[in-house]
Every structure is written in C-alpha cells, then in structure tokens.
Design a protein around this ligand. Structure first.
Ligand SMILES: [Zn+2]
Length: 297
C-alpha cells in the first residue's frame, strides 16, 4: 500500500521534543553501536498507512518488590497516562527525567549484506524516534520520494564512526527492487509486520498495573523530595548562623515554627499547610511544611 503523505506530514507536525514492545515470532534488529549497516526501509503493512510507529515508554518504575519495571506511556495511544499525570505533580520541584517517557521508533526493514540477518525477511528496526522522522521527511520530499517502494525504492547505509556516535545516513543513488523475482518480492511484502498489532492500546488490567507502578514510584519521589528539602534547610541553618546581628532583629518577628522555614518560604510555612489539597502549591516546601506542622501537633 502507498504511504499516505498527509498522514506522514501530520505525524511530523505532531512530533514530540524528545521504549518497547511485545515478542513471539517477531524478528528484531538494532543498529550496531559502531560501524555500518545497510538496510532497506519497507512499505507499511497492508492495514497501515505509515511505514513505522513511535512508542513511548516509561522506565525505572518501581514494582511492589522494588524491582524496576517499564511501562508503555498511554499517550502513545492518545490516552491519559497515569504515570505522566503523577510526574506532572512533581515536575516543578524535582528532576523527573529518570521516569519521563522516552520515544523509540519501530520500522520494518530488510537488513542487507549482513550474514547475521536473513535479507529475504523483514525485521523490526528499533531505534531513536528521529530515524522515523528522518524517513518521513525524505518520503515527503519531492526530490527524493518514497524510498520504501518495493520496486523503485532505495537502500540506505547507516554509519557510526565512533561508539554510539551520530549516524551518517546515505541513500543509495540508484533504485533497487527489494528482491530479484516477483515471487520473492511478494513473499517479503506478505511478511511485513503489522506494527499496530504489536503494541495494542492498554486494557483495564494494564491500567491497574500502570497505576500501581505510578504509586510505588511516587513514594520514592516523595522521599527524595523530603531529603532535598531537609538538605536545603540544613544549609540554610548554617547560613543563618553566620548572619550578622542586624538580621536577627528581623527574624524575631517570626514564630518558632517559621524559624524552621527554608529560605524563601512564605509566612504560612509550618502553620497553614493545605491538608485538604493533594498539593499545596503555595510554595515548593510542602513536604517539609507538612512535617513541621505535624511535629507541632
Ligand atoms: Zn506517560
């Protein structure tokens, strides 16, 4: 099936600023960390209009036994994501990069001139999301066109000169069919993986799983946040001790609770923590504030 250029453009327009899937009888390939790999991007499976998919995955999430788990980001399926929602609550106070979803692209390819792979069967190439955007950009470029075409398409050589270094991508000048006979060509086309079936939209069970991981991970984030706030407080106390007499006069106006307040905390610190709200939002010290307030009880 021909690539839907409008769908390709729409996907490029919606590309995010910044992975993984199922298994079974699937064949996978990744680029070598260093060196060269010659591939042929294949057209979409019959049921699809795009030659690849981008899958967002959250990593480093904690299970009940504190083992690390990954979880598909529900936004991959344009659904509300329980993990993104949880991280959103802490983004402005702690670095959540470890848990944010990372994007990977998956594209059907032939791996050429490489004895480790069967060049007569499609493989799913997992690589950075950029590679799919790069492919789409070339396809919609009228000077280049559909390099995935099984008859008039082009092979592409990916080269990395240093370990995990940047790719040099070279599209072959001449067109080449994906195989030397009609029968072999249709065999390859019939074996293209339908990527929409490999990553399915999350069901209720998966939602429960994701919520559990979000909850366990949130505990760790809260612990880190509390530690960070306490460290800030300690360094602030040191600073305070070194201050001159003049400053003391000012702090006499504050209550004993407020003397525990970290630098920059508002007057309500330790007094007026908004218990009924999940997040206080008055200042970034809500956890320490909550602790101080509870000590006072
Ligand atoms: Zn997410």
């Amino acid at each position: 099936m021909a690539i839907d250029l409008e769908a390709a453009r729409a996907m490029l327009e919606n590309r995010p600023k910044s992975s993984s899937g199922g298994d079974g009888d699937l064949r996978w390939v990744s680029f070598p960390k260093e060196g060269e790999m010659k591939i042929r991007f294949l057209p979409p499976a019959k049921e699809s209009s795009l030659p690849g998919r981008i899958i967002n995955t959250h990593w480093n999430l904690l299970d009940d036994d504190r083992s690390y788990k990954k979880c598909l980001c529900f936004k991959t399926f344009k659904e509300e994501c329980p993990i993104c929602n949880m991280l959103e609550l802490y983004n402005d106070r702690i670095n959540t990069d470890d848990w944010q979803a990372s994007a990977r692209s998956y594209i059907n390819v032939l791996v050429l001139e490489n004895s480790e792979y069967d060049s007569t069967l499609p493989y799913i190439l997992g690589s950075s999301d950029y590679n799919l955007y790069w492919l789409l950009e070339n396809i919609i470029d009228p000077d280049i066109g559909d390099i995935t075409d099984p008859i008039n398409g082009h092979n592409v050589t990916f080269t990395r000169k240093t370990p995990n270094g940047a790719f040099d991508r070279k599209i072959s000048l001449k067109t080449t069919p994906i195989a030397d006979s009609e029968e072999r060509i249709s065999n390859i086309l019939n074996n293209i993986f339908d990527l929409s079936k490999i990553w399915k939209a999350p069901d209720d069970e998966y939602l429960i799983y994701a919520k559990k991981l979000a909850k366990n991970t949130e505990k760790v984030i809260k612990e880190r946040l509390l530690k960070l706030t306490q460290e800030n407080q300690e360094s602030d106390i040191d600073e305070q001790e070194n201050k001159k007499e003049d400053d003391k006069k000012e702090s006499n106006n504050n209550s004993t609770i407020n003397s525990k307040a970290p630098k920059g905390a508002p007057d309500c610190f330790g007094i007026d923590w908004k218990e009924d709200l999940k997040k206080c939002q008055v200042c970034p010290h809500e956890f320490l504030c909550q602790n101080v307030k509870e000590e006072e009880k």
